[in-house]
Each structure stands twice: as C-alpha cells, then as structure tokens.
Design a protein around this ligand. Structure first.
Ligand SMILES: [Fe+2]
Ligand SMILES: [Fe+2]
Length: 159
C-alpha cells in the first residue's frame, strides 16, 4: 500500500477532477431548470477557467515528469492530444453567448470529452506513477502553486 498525503500530486489532481465533475453537473441542473443566460454563461466560464488551469499545471509539471519516469511517450502524447481537443471545445464555448442554441450542447460535449480523459488518467496514468521514484508530494505542491497562479491570471484576464 502506498503512503498517500492529501497534497500529493495524485490526490491534488483527483480532487480537481472531482470539482470539475461537480461543476458540470451543476451546469446540467441549470439547463434543466431553464436558468437564464447570465447564470449559464458564468458557470460555463468558471468551468473553462478551472479546466484551463488544471491542464496547464499538468502539461507543465506532471506530464514532463511522467514522460521521463515512465519512459512512455505514447501515453503522454495521447493525454496531450486529449487536452488539445478539450481546448478546441473551450474556445468554441467561449466564442458563443449562452443565448446561442449551440452553447449548452457544446458544454455537454466538453463534459464528455473531459470525463473520458479523466477516466484515463485516474485508471491508467495515475496508478502507474505510484510505481515510479517521482516525488509526488513535492510535485503536488508545485501543481497547486501553478494551478492557482493560472487561475488568478485567467480571472484577471476575464475581469
Ligand atoms: Fe489531463
Ligand atoms: Fe487531469
């Protein structure tokens, strides 16, 4: 059994995944409740920012470390490609107002692309990291710092 801290890389990223899942289900509830455009737009923007910050932290810190430690380019190339698909959808969501008929469907599509990617990370990539010599505690702290920094920048840019 691996010793696990709440702030190690896998715990930090898994907790992020969980909060994004919650945001997507809140979005579904807003759609079901016929919530107004401003509320749906604001939540969609929060989802986009949360995903963008998470992906940046993974790409800059986790993926390069995992690529080295696992000596596995294929898995990491695939994960980066999935982030690219996610970013394309994020750009499309951001380019539309919530009044546009395609907005909510694109958010739903983003939710399923993200869900598939998250399943892959949690069931395949993260478990493999436990068997490497990576310092997951230190990496976790760096990920939190990087993600927070990215979120602040995005909030500033949006505000
Ligand atoms: Fe990822
Ligand atoms: Fe992730």
């Amino acid at each position: 059994m691996t010793h696990r801290n709440a702030t190690d890389a896998v715990s930090v990223l898994t907790a992020d995944h969980e909060s994004v899942r919650r945001l997507f289900s809140e979005f579904e509830e807003l759609v079901a409740a016929h919530a107004g455009d401003a509320a749906r737009r604001a939540l969609a923007e929060l989802i986009c920012n949360t995903l963008t910050a998470h992906a940046a932290a993974e790409e800059e810190l986790l993926y390069p470390a995992a690529r080295d430690a696992l000596e596995d380019d294929f898995r990491i190339d695939q994960a980066e490609g999935e982030h690219e698909d996610m970013r394309t959808l994020i750009r499309q969501v951001r380019s539309l107002g919530a009044a546009d008929g395609r907005h909510d469907a694109l958010v739903a599509m983003l939710a399923s692309v993200v869900a598939a990617h998250v399943r892959q990370e949690e069931s395949d990539l993260f478990p493999r990291l436990e068997f490497t010599s990576l310092d997951l505690d230190r990496l976790g702290e760096q990920l939190v710092r990087r993600r927070t920094e990215a979120l602040l920048l995005l909030a500033k840019a949006g505000g």
